[in-house]
Design a protein. Structure first.
Length: 405
């Protein structure tokens, strides 16, 4: 199978997808923004060709790259794994007659108000929402639905650009951050615990899946320096009745949006109103979640994804032997890292359960709280028991401290 893969070099974990495709027998042609001579030897060894563009999200440039590839080989698939690349890839896919996720499905997964409307019509429980083109439309939705509300870009990944507002004053202040946007998504705030359900699907059927929990919810985690947020994937997905409900919700969403062979990443809330869908993307999750899934299930999830694309089915079953999670450790101040305390205690007490760690060298500039779970120091761990793993990650928070200034 000949596969064109969008942006093999940046960010760095993109090479994992290229390596996996090559490992299962695909001939990979890369399209990216990095000059070919700057690609390292290992990455180049996994590709049979490379075409440089200045912007992989530019449909014209991406189309020219695919046309170049089609002049040389039959192109079976055009794959992208980053949210901002999805729509351009889908448009070129359809224009060039290449199988894969359609423009319609990609647009629905990118445009949050339309996505929710389509799924509400299909009977999926989700927050009330609208696409607002003017400030008056935002105010009208607030009068109709009440507070709290969520404002976010119509297209984007995760909590990027998301703002919660609790009253008219907060609404007016929040709208200033969206000046210049043609349209934004406005949603009812859904109370409850937040998590995500990720899959690899083949022909619309889930062949691998994972359920993961946020502690605390993302908006709270991204607001406060003192919080050391976690997300933890469970190995109880085949046991606890709640996950059967999550799986049913995921299957209905995948069918309702016409998702065929793809990775998916779906956010959900569980609260007083029951299980509610939040949003979905036809892409892998970010923040190294597939690394956790690999460690938790004794497989290489990147290879599993590649195997489904090239061979139409997964390669190995998931062991469900472990739960696995990450805890982000925020610096105690902005500036640069001065040092750490508690690392030796972490290793002496819990080292056997550590998957890997990141402790930036002293002198490294700190990153803002909003930069995410892997922006500064972090620890990833696994354990056969989910509750014990939660205790271990909490102990990391109490034990290890990042000193900066």
């Amino acid at each position: 199978m000949n596969i064109v893969f969008v942006e093999p070099a940046f960010p760095r974990n993109q090479r994992r997808f290229v390596a996996a495709l090559a490992a299962v027998g695909a001939s990979v042609v890369g399209v990216g923004e990095t000059p070919e001579e700057q690609l390292d030897e290992e990455l180049r060894s996994w590709m049979v060709g490379y075409y440089r563009v200045s912007d992989v999200t530019d449909v014209g440039q991406l189309d020219a790259a695919v046309a170049w590839a089609q002049d040389r080989v039959w192109v079976d698939r055009l794959e992208s794994t980053i949210e901002s690349h999805q729509l351009a890839a889908a448009r070129v896919r359809e224009a060039r007659g290449i199988p894969g996720t359609s423009v319609r499905t990609t647009w629905l997964c990118r445009d949050k108000p339309t996505m929710k409307q389509v799924l509400r019509e299909a009977g999926v429980a989700t927050a009330a929402s609208t696409a607002a083109d003017t400030a008056d439309e935002v105010r009208a939705f607030a009068r109709q639905e009440g507070y709290p509300l969520i404002l976010k870009p119509r297209a984007g990944a995760g909590a990027q650009g998301t703002v919660r507002v609790d009253d008219d004053t907060g609404l007016e202040a929040a709208m200033t951050s969206f000046e210049g946007e043609d349209s934004i998504a406005v949603e009812e705030f859904v109370e409850g615990h937040e998590g995500f359900y990720d899959t690899i699907t083949v022909g619309g059927h889930v062949v691998h899946d994972w359920a993961t929990h946020y502690y605390p919810n993302v908006l709270e985690a991204m607001r406060h320096r003192w919080i050391s947020p976690q997300f933890v994937t469970t190995n109880r997905i085949d046991q606890a009745p709640f996950y059967a409900e999550v799986r049913e919700l995921g299957a209905r969403v995948i069918a309702g949006l016409g998702i065929e062979t793809s990775a998916t990443h779906m956010e959900w809330f569980m609260g007083p109103k029951g299980l509610r869908f939040s949003e979905i993307g036809t892409r892998p999750p970010g923040v190294g979640a597939w690394d956790l899934y690999s460690a938790a299930n004794d497989v290489d999830v990147y290879r599993e994804w590649a195997h489904t694309i090239v061979h139409g089915h997964p390669d190995r079953p998931l062991s469900r032997q472990w739960s696995a999670g990450i805890v982000a450790l925020r610096p105690d101040a902005d500036g640069s890292v001065r040092g750490y305390s508690g690392i030796d205690d972490l290793w002496s007490r819990s080292g056997e359960w550590v998957i890997d760690t990141c402790f930036p060298d002293p002198g490294t500039a700190t990153q803002a709280v909003e930069a995410g779970y892997m922006a500064n120091a972090w620890v990833r761990m696994r354990h056969p028991d989910y509750d014990t793993l939660r205790d271990l990650l909490d102990d990391v928070v109490r034990t290890v401290h990042v000193h900066a200034g």
